[in-house]
Write a protein that binds this ligand. Structure first.
Ligand code: BGC
Length: 516
């Protein structure tokens, strides 16, 4: 394992993008400021009992007021790219109709500052903060929301299309449908269980309409979407366990990837009697399966599945909303999630399995022969970090487990996609660490922390953890290597462009797919 920044830097391919990721609702705060409209999440989080310890997102990381400081910290890290989300209710408060100039201005300043600091902006259009008016009209159960997202994409393209290097239309529709519309543990808090299928289709349609709007605006940046992927592992060789793992795979992975990458829903979905009336039009499927410039994949962990209801099933993606209470929740389900034997877990209870990063990539490569280039758009881990103070009272956060998690997963992804690797056909273009800051972790409030930066909840002061220093070292070692390579004459033009994109000197140019 190459935990040392120097060793890991040696295997980072030329042009490989290293970034950090966040989402608006999790970091910005300022929910009532400068004309932002309410979101479904504002209302959900205010309901007693919906968030661990009733933590409030009102302040989050106060990023809305500390944005320049946070960009300066990213500059210090030396990363290539920053993935953030545009707050839909900040830019278009009602989810349709007029835009809010002050909201537009915030991201305008962010994007300019990133570029001025050599960091390429990757913007996610939808990371779960649906404008409240849309949620009140049915949210993703209502087909109209998809058209509203298409409209929002056009607004964003007109405002930022000249500078955003990479666009993600939607983030993890699986989590929105599972947690928000099946179980009701995320906004908008609806528990339709199997009747939540329209929320899946409408999100994917929203992705298609957003793609269409970005293409119509001729944005020079790359366009894709982000799905979470968890390899499903049968708990034993018992055929019932295998069938259960297959069902989970269908419900959590294929349901969201097949329509986008194959242009159709998995047969099992269409065959299931409870969905027998579900027959999306050819036009919808064409919109959903438009060619992508890249595919964003969030990998956190595999899921071990066994037949039968167990003692209350909480599948992956649903478990995340419930802290490490993997035994709470559902009953009467035909299968359940089990923990992996002898496996280290995160504070959330998620198994730490870097080897399954290769499995995830290999399964993707096998299922989707036309898979476009891939970015790992999120990966990271929550831990109860040790907080110690040095002789002068300064905070030190030695989060070595997070360093190990990141190093092992980045290494696994690179090795799997290198020649001879389990997923060698995949062109892996980058890895974004989740997350820059300890932030508002949805239903887990501030209990589960993924940050490279510790955030003092009273003063909002940011303190770099050991993982921050490690990533900074990794970037410095990578840049030294790139500079040395650049000094050598090279035949391959594309490789030259990649090396230039990787030098700390400048951000990758918009629309240059080779640049890191
Ligand atoms: C989401 C993030 C979330 C992270 C950790 C992903 O599901 O995109 O918003 O904070 O995982 O739970």
């Amino acid at each position: 394992m190459k935990a040392s920044a120097h060793d890991l830097a040696a295997i980072l391919p030329p042009g490989f993008t290293m970034g950090v990721a966040t989402a608006a609702f999790q970091i910005e705060g300022a929910l009532d400021e400068d004309g932002r409209g309410p979101s479904g999440w504002d209302v959900f989080a205010a309901m007693p009992g919906s968030i661990v310890n009733d933590h409030s997102p009102a302040m989050a990381c106060d990023h809305y007021h500390r944005m320049p400081e946070d960009v300066a910290l990213m500059k210090e890290l030396g990363i290539d790219s920053y993935r953030f989300s545009l707050s839909w209710p900040r830019i278009q408060p009602g989810g349709s109709g007029p835009v809010n100039p002050k909201g537009l201005d915030f991201y305008d300043r962010l994007i300019d500052l990133l570029l001025a600091n050599g960091i390429s902006p990757m913007a996610t259009l939808y990371h779960w903060d649906t404008p409240l008016e849309l949620d009140e009209a049915g949210g993703w159960m209502n087909r109209d929301t998809a058209y509203r997202l298409g409209e929002f994409a056009a607004i964003a393209a007109a405002a930022y299309g000249d500078r955003v290097v990479r666009w993600v239309t939607i983030n993890e529709p699986a989590t929105v449908s599972a947690n928000g519309y099946m179980l009701g543990v995320h906004a908008p808090g609806e528990a339709h269980m199997l009747k939540a299928l329209p929320s899946v289709h409408h999100q994917l349609l929203g992705h298609g309409l957003a793609m269409q709007a970005l293409r119509a605006a001729n944005v020079p940046g790359e366009v894709g979407l982000t799905n979470v992927y968890s390899p499903m592992v049968a708990a034993s060789i018992n055929p019932l366990d295998k069938v259960s793992a297959g069902l989970m795979d269908m419900a959590q992975n294929r349901l969201y990837a097949d329509p986008v990458l194959l242009g159709k829903y998995p047969d099992a979905i269409r065959a299931a009697t409870f969905f027998s009336s579900f027959s999306p039009s050819k036009e919808d499927m064409e919109l959903i399966s438009q060619p992508l410039d890249f595919y964003g994949l969030n990998y956190y962990m595999p899921t071990r599945v066994a037949a039968g209801p167990g003692d209350g099933a909480v599948p992956q993606g649903m478990a995340e909303a419930m802290g490490n209470d993997l035994n709470g929740g559902g009953s009467g389900t035909p299968f359940h999630v089990q923990s992996f034997p002898d496996t280290e877990i995160t504070a959330y209870g998620w198994p730490i399995k870097p080897d399954y990063m290769a499995v995830a990539l290999a399964e993707m490569a096998e299922r989707y022969p036309q898979l476009p280039p891939v970015y790992i758009t999120e990966g990271g881990a929550s831990f109860e970090d040790l907080e110690i103070h040095d002789g002068e009272g300064r905070l030190i956060v030695p989060d070595e487990r997070r360093v190990r998690y990141l190093a092992e997963h980045i290494e696994a992804a690179i090795e799997a996609t290198a020649p001879g690797g389990a997923a060698e056909s995949i062109e892996l273009r980058g890895y974004y660490v989740w997350s820059l800051l300890d932030n508002f972790e949805w239903s887990a409030g501030y209990k589960q922390q993924f940050g490279l930066l510790h955030v003092d909840r009273d003063t909002m002061e940011r303190t770099p953890k050991a993982s921050f220093h490690w990533l900074r070292e990794l970037m410095a070692a990578r840049n030294r290597k790139a500079d040395a390579l650049e000094a050598e004459p090279r035949a391959d033009k594309a490789a030259e462009a990649e090396a230039a994109g990787n030098s700390a000197a400048g951000a990758e140019p918009a629309g240059s797919p080779a640049a890191g």
